[in-house]
Unconditional design. Sequence first.
Length: 266
Amino acid sequence: MRRVQQPYADVFVRNRVDLTVPGAEEKIAGRLRDTGLVTVDGLASRTAVLAFATRIMNLVPHRDSDPDGLTTIRDTRRDAHRAGFAGFGNGPLEPHTERSGTPNPPRLMLLVCGQAAVTGGECLLTDGQSVHSDLFTRERDAGVALAQPRTAFFGAGDGHATQVFTVHDDLRVSVRLRFDGLARWNPIVQPYLPQLRAAAIRHQARIPLAPGQGYLLDNERWLHARRAFTGDRLFWRALGHPRFPMPRGFVPAPTSTPPPVLSEAG
């Protein structure tokens, strides 16, 4: 029988760090600085997830987190219709940055599977560097517009005015994004949203996590999403700031470097 290729499985294998070997923290830090993504396994309980998270980051408590700092992600059957609460339903999630409506979103997000869905529920990851390069190569006007300061407002009334691509003083770039009802857009960028969404989806990698498996990502570089699901899917999430130095965002591809004059914190 001919073996069917499974390219998405390679994403997990290629980025996996063995948490049991000496120097695992240093290897994780290096991977996050380089690619912004690490995959892990062997985290079979909430206690194990919390222990690993606190080795890597200073946890940031927020609206949805439990007293220990972790957030339980499951279908609550009561909140999904509310803007900003779609993660607590069983529907799909579009590519987004975690806590995008705050002035300083947490740099790291850890998401670990406690129980897989019966059907669907795969995690979808998009490298913001790829989206940035795609837009500046195919649709440069879109890329330039999406880097204009304060062309997006993410969050409710206490949200944050920002832009999709933020260019820092060292010309590294951070991405910040959401497409739900808590995203409002300046008319300057409104025409380019279809291209932005298409690029974010075009570069998605599907990762069907099994119990105990998870990923740790740089929230200034990677966008994450989810497919709709059935069944009692359970995940644990940790948000925080790294316990080691990390440069902001990513280095843009040489052909996609935006003009430095667009730089602004945000």
